[in-house]
Design a protein around this ligand. Structure first.
Ligand SMILES: Cc1cc2nc3c(=O)[nH]c(=O)nc-3n(C[C@H](O)[C@H](O)[C@H](O)COP(=O)(O)OP(=O)(O)OC[C@H]3O[C@@H](n4cnc5c(N)ncnc54)[C@H](O)[C@@H]3O)c2cc1C
Length: 391
């Protein structure tokens, strides 16, 4: 039996961010992940290029992680444009003052690596890699976690950052609202002949949603969303046939295309936990809020949550209060719900509207873009959310 203050299950971006937030605190932290240490230290590229808001870029620097990115691992996002089908209408999003990037694109693997490097240098955190944790018991005074080798860890608080299909959440009887979009997202890197000028383009077309996210040089992340049936046909294409198909799907807007990475596939299921906290237990990252990626907020919310929960833990520790006491956990839950629920609902509504091919939905989409452009308040809200000003 080993004794800790805080046990974090899941050393993904969210769990690592919480551990890093508490680097200076006189707390004993156990960080557990089922992946072997080598996979955590050098995560493989998984096709995800994370659009970080300005607030998230700042937070990663505060954690001492942002500084560890190589120059070619971060590409500025200067502007975002939304297109609807064949319509020439473009809805642009820029920085409010027009002079600063909206954010940056960074590979998920790089985010995991830099956070891991920061955490592994901490004196107050023990890593248990290659071990899937389960909850043994939680009572008034402490919480216990069991590892597969039979050993047990005790703490005052367990934080579950163990993916959107969190087994720990389920084990504590916390339900979640799940929205299965029945669609699959393909992500990969492509090289193209024409420059992207730092513009992210999101393109809602008949039966498909496409995004081209600007990376360094003449490279972009190509993101394609289709129903599972159509995606099966795309999976079967050779790399060369796939590149030709990307040219056709993007109407050669970026010129000739060559595939620059493997292709990765993600089934689209959004998840929102019914509660984020229970006695001596809190959910973090996708385990609390698993977003549809179309509005690029999943990790941005996870990082926000790590700071919110971390601040509650820090203030309890400084005032010699119990870090697992309900008051602090409830404040985290209330604040994080307020910050995430409106965008969770709006994102799901957008994803549904833009995958609906009925004539009324198509009409609503065209009208929606124009209405948003004509309503400065609505556009500013989205721009603020893109830069993270709301977080
Ligand atoms: C295609 C795609 C594009 C995206 N784009 C963006 C974007 O542009 N912007 C953005 O902000 N977000 C984006 N996201 C979302 C972002 O990737 C996720 O929100 C983020 O990775 C979630 O981090 P996490 O730490 O909560 O969970 P995960 O990354 O799922 O990590 C969970 C960890 O828990 C471990 N684990 C699970 N169960 C156990 C257990 N029982 N014991 C021990 N360890 C366990 C796993 O091994 C894993 O390491 C995107 C997602 C996808 C799929």
């Amino acid at each position: 039996m080993r004794d800790y203050d805080l046990i974090i299950v899941g050393a993904g971006p969210a769990g690592l961010s919480l551990a890093a937030r508490l680097a200076q605190a006189p707390l004993r932290i156990a960080l557990i992940d089922k992946e072997p240490r080598q996979n955590l230290a050098s995560p493989s590229y998984d096709g995800r290029e994370i659009a970080l808001t300005r607030a998230s870029i700042e937070r990663l620097r505060t954690l001492g992680a942002g500084q560890r990115l190589a120059p070619d691992e971060s590409a500025p996002l200067r502007r975002a444009e939304v297109l609807d089908g064949a319509s020439p209408y473009v809805l642009p999003f820029t920085d409010r003052r027009g002079d600063e990037p909206l954010g940056a694109l960074v590979p998920n693997a790089a985010i995991r690596r830099i956070l891991f490097e920061s955490v592994i240098e901490q004196d107050n955190c023990d890593l248990f890699a290659g071990q899937a944790a389960s909850i043994e018991s939680i009572d008034e005074n402490s919480a216990k976690v069991r590892l597969p080798d039979g050993s047990q860890l005790t703490g005052k608080l367990i934080v579950a950052a163990d993916t959107r299909f969190s087994a720990l959440r389920k084990s504590q009887g916390i339900g979640a609202r799940m929205v299965d979009f029945g669609r699959t997202m393909l992500v990969c890197r492509v090289r193209h002949a024409r420059p992207h000028d730092g513009i992210a383009t999101e393109w809602f077309d008949r039966g498909q949603t496409i995004a081209m996210l600007p990376l360094s040089g003449n490279q972009s992340s190509f993101v394609l969303t289709l129903d599972a049936h159509e995606m099966a046909a795309v999976r079967a294409l050779t790399d060369d046939a796939f590149a030709r198909q990307v040219e056709r799907r993007t109407k050669k807007r970026w010129g000739d295309i060559a595939l620059a990475s493997a292709r990765y596939y993600y089934p689209l299921v959004a998840v929102y936990a019914d509660r984020f906290v229970a006695p001596r237990f809190a959910l973090l990252g996708d385990a609390a809020v698993g977003m549809h990626p179309v509005t690029a907020h999943g990790f941005n919310f996870g990082l926000r949550g790590a700071f919110a929960l971390g601040n509650e833990i820090l203030s309890a520790q400084r005032q010699s209060r119990d870090i697992g006491a309900p008051q602090g956990l409830r404040r985290y839950e209330q604040g994080h719900r307020r910050a995430t629920l409106p965008l969770f609902a709006a994102t799901n509504a957008i994803a549904k509207l833009y995958s609906d091919e009925r004539p009324l939905a198509r009409l609503a989409r065209g009208a929606g873009l124009r209405l948003m452009n004509a309503t400065p308040g609505a556009r500013r809200l989205v721009e603020a959310s893109l830069s993270g000003a709301h977080a």
